[in-house]
Design a protein around this ligand. Structure first.
Ligand SMILES: [Cu+2]
Ligand SMILES: [Zn+2]
Length: 177
Protein backbone atom coordinates (compact mmCIF):
# COMPACT_ATOMS: atom_id res chain seq x y z
CA UNK A 1 0.00 0.00 0.00
CA UNK A 2 2.72 2.45 0.98
CA UNK A 3 4.71 1.59 -2.13
CA UNK A 4 1.74 2.14 -4.40
CA UNK A 5 1.00 5.51 -2.83
CA UNK A 6 4.61 6.61 -3.13
CA UNK A 7 4.73 5.42 -6.74
CA UNK A 8 1.62 7.41 -7.56
CA UNK A 9 3.10 10.47 -5.89
CA UNK A 10 6.27 10.03 -7.90
CA UNK A 11 4.34 10.02 -11.16
CA UNK A 12 2.47 13.17 -10.16
CA UNK A 13 5.77 14.84 -9.34
CA UNK A 14 7.25 13.94 -12.69
CA UNK A 15 4.21 15.36 -14.44
CA UNK A 16 4.33 18.63 -12.55
CA UNK A 17 8.10 19.10 -12.14
CA UNK A 18 7.62 21.49 -9.27
CA UNK A 19 5.92 24.20 -11.32
CA UNK A 20 2.89 25.74 -9.64
CA UNK A 21 0.34 27.13 -12.06
CA UNK A 22 -2.66 29.37 -11.49
CA UNK A 23 -4.90 26.38 -12.16
CA UNK A 24 -3.16 24.42 -9.41
CA UNK A 25 -3.66 27.20 -6.90
CA UNK A 26 -7.31 27.39 -7.89
CA UNK A 27 -7.69 23.67 -7.25
CA UNK A 28 -6.24 24.24 -3.79
CA UNK A 29 -8.66 27.09 -3.16
CA UNK A 30 -11.49 24.81 -4.30
CA UNK A 31 -10.66 22.43 -1.47
CA UNK A 32 -8.43 19.89 -3.14
CA UNK A 33 -5.79 19.99 -0.47
CA UNK A 34 -2.48 18.74 -1.74
CA UNK A 35 0.92 20.39 -1.66
CA UNK A 36 4.36 19.31 -2.77
CA UNK A 37 7.90 20.31 -1.85
CA UNK A 38 11.03 19.68 -3.88
CA UNK A 39 13.87 19.02 -1.44
CA UNK A 40 17.27 20.48 -2.23
CA UNK A 41 20.54 20.22 -0.35
CA UNK A 42 22.88 23.08 0.58
CA UNK A 43 24.44 22.96 -2.88
CA UNK A 44 21.07 23.20 -4.64
CA UNK A 45 20.96 19.57 -5.75
CA UNK A 46 17.53 17.92 -5.72
CA UNK A 47 17.56 15.16 -3.10
CA UNK A 48 13.90 14.27 -2.87
CA UNK A 49 10.31 15.30 -2.56
CA UNK A 50 7.65 15.67 0.08
CA UNK A 51 3.88 15.64 -0.46
CA UNK A 52 1.28 16.81 2.04
CA UNK A 53 -2.41 15.94 1.65
CA UNK A 54 -5.36 16.64 3.88
CA UNK A 55 -7.21 13.43 4.62
CA UNK A 56 -10.12 13.24 7.07
CA UNK A 57 -9.01 16.29 9.01
CA UNK A 58 -5.38 15.23 9.36
CA UNK A 59 -2.42 15.92 7.13
CA UNK A 60 -0.59 13.02 5.59
CA UNK A 61 3.02 13.72 4.70
CA UNK A 62 5.03 11.51 2.36
CA UNK A 63 8.79 12.02 2.20
CA UNK A 64 11.07 10.41 -0.36
CA UNK A 65 14.83 11.10 -0.51
CA UNK A 66 17.84 9.89 -2.48
CA UNK A 67 21.50 10.86 -2.29
CA UNK A 68 21.36 11.52 1.45
CA UNK A 69 23.85 10.19 4.03
CA UNK A 70 22.79 6.76 5.39
CA UNK A 71 21.24 6.54 8.84
CA UNK A 72 18.32 8.12 10.70
CA UNK A 73 17.52 11.75 10.00
CA UNK A 74 15.19 14.09 11.83
CA UNK A 75 12.52 15.47 9.46
CA UNK A 76 9.96 18.10 10.32
CA UNK A 77 7.51 20.52 8.81
CA UNK A 78 8.94 23.97 9.53
CA UNK A 79 6.84 27.07 9.88
CA UNK A 80 8.15 29.31 7.08
CA UNK A 81 8.05 28.43 3.39
CA UNK A 82 11.51 29.73 2.62
CA UNK A 83 14.60 27.61 2.00
CA UNK A 84 17.71 29.73 1.72
CA UNK A 85 20.90 27.67 1.36
CA UNK A 86 23.23 26.72 2.83
CA UNK A 87 21.87 26.57 6.41
CA UNK A 88 18.10 26.87 5.74
CA UNK A 89 17.52 28.83 8.96
CA UNK A 90 15.09 30.85 6.82
CA UNK A 91 12.58 28.02 7.31
CA UNK A 92 12.16 29.03 10.95
CA UNK A 93 11.30 26.63 13.74
CA UNK A 94 9.01 23.63 13.68
CA UNK A 95 5.43 24.23 12.64
CA UNK A 96 3.76 24.72 16.01
CA UNK A 97 0.08 25.56 15.70
CA UNK A 98 -0.76 24.73 19.32
CA UNK A 99 2.14 26.26 21.32
CA UNK A 100 3.75 22.94 22.30
CA UNK A 101 7.37 21.92 22.79
CA UNK A 102 9.32 19.52 20.61
CA UNK A 103 8.82 15.80 20.48
CA UNK A 104 6.28 13.06 21.11
CA UNK A 105 8.27 11.92 24.18
CA UNK A 106 8.26 15.44 25.64
CA UNK A 107 5.40 15.87 28.16
CA UNK A 108 4.90 19.36 26.70
CA UNK A 109 5.00 18.13 23.10
CA UNK A 110 4.75 17.52 20.27
CA UNK A 111 4.85 20.26 17.66
CA UNK A 112 2.34 20.07 14.81
CA UNK A 113 5.23 19.49 12.40
CA UNK A 114 7.06 16.74 14.27
CA UNK A 115 7.52 13.49 12.38
CA UNK A 116 9.33 10.16 12.91
CA UNK A 117 12.97 9.88 11.90
CA UNK A 118 13.53 9.13 8.24
CA UNK A 119 15.63 5.98 7.81
CA UNK A 120 18.04 6.29 4.92
CA UNK A 121 19.60 3.07 3.63
CA UNK A 122 23.17 2.33 2.56
CA UNK A 123 22.41 3.55 -0.97
CA UNK A 124 21.24 6.91 0.35
CA UNK A 125 17.55 6.32 -0.24
CA UNK A 126 14.69 6.49 2.19
CA UNK A 127 11.00 7.17 2.40
CA UNK A 128 8.34 7.50 5.02
CA UNK A 129 4.76 8.53 5.59
CA UNK A 130 3.19 10.08 8.62
CA UNK A 131 -0.07 11.66 9.72
CA UNK A 132 0.20 15.08 11.37
CA UNK A 133 -2.73 15.24 13.78
CA UNK A 134 -2.26 18.70 15.25
CA UNK A 135 -2.96 21.13 12.44
CA UNK A 136 -5.12 22.04 9.50
CA UNK A 137 -4.09 22.39 5.90
CA UNK A 138 -5.11 26.05 5.94
CA UNK A 139 -2.72 26.53 8.85
CA UNK A 140 0.03 24.66 7.05
CA UNK A 141 -0.21 26.87 3.96
CA UNK A 142 -0.75 30.16 5.76
CA UNK A 143 0.66 33.47 4.51
CA UNK A 144 4.30 32.57 5.12
CA UNK A 145 3.82 29.01 3.91
CA UNK A 146 5.64 25.97 5.24
CA UNK A 147 8.64 23.83 4.39
CA UNK A 148 9.97 20.32 4.92
CA UNK A 149 13.45 20.16 6.46
CA UNK A 150 15.78 17.14 6.69
CA UNK A 151 18.39 17.26 9.46
CA UNK A 152 21.91 15.80 9.61
CA UNK A 153 21.24 13.65 12.66
CA UNK A 154 18.64 11.65 14.52
CA UNK A 155 15.72 13.27 16.33
CA UNK A 156 15.58 12.16 20.00
CA UNK A 157 11.84 13.04 20.10
CA UNK A 158 12.17 15.06 23.28
CA UNK A 159 14.81 17.83 23.27
CA UNK A 160 13.26 21.22 22.57
CA UNK A 161 13.27 22.82 20.05
CA UNK A 162 14.50 20.37 17.41
CA UNK A 163 15.21 16.96 18.97
CA UNK A 164 18.97 17.57 18.96
CA UNK A 165 18.92 16.51 15.32
CA UNK A 166 21.78 18.73 14.15
CA UNK A 167 22.10 20.98 11.12
CA UNK A 168 19.64 21.29 8.28
CA UNK A 169 20.87 19.37 5.22
CA UNK A 170 17.90 19.68 2.88
CA UNK A 171 14.83 21.86 2.56
CA UNK A 172 11.79 22.24 0.32
CA UNK A 173 8.93 24.75 0.22
CA UNK A 174 5.40 23.31 0.10
CA UNK A 175 3.45 24.56 -2.88
CA UNK A 176 -0.21 23.92 -3.52
CA UNK A 177 -0.86 21.73 -6.55
CU1 LIG B 1 13.46 20.34 11.60
ZN1 LIG C 1 9.49 19.83 16.84
Amino acid sequence: MTGRILAAGGLAMLALTGCVTKAQNERYMAGQHRAQAELRDAGGKIVGTAVAEEIDGSIRVLVDVRGVAPGPHGVHVHTVGKCTAPDFTSAGGHWNATAKQHGKENPMGPHSGDMPNLKVDEKGSGNGRFMLEGGTFAGLLDEDGASLVVHAGEDDYKTDPSGNSGGRIACGVFQAM
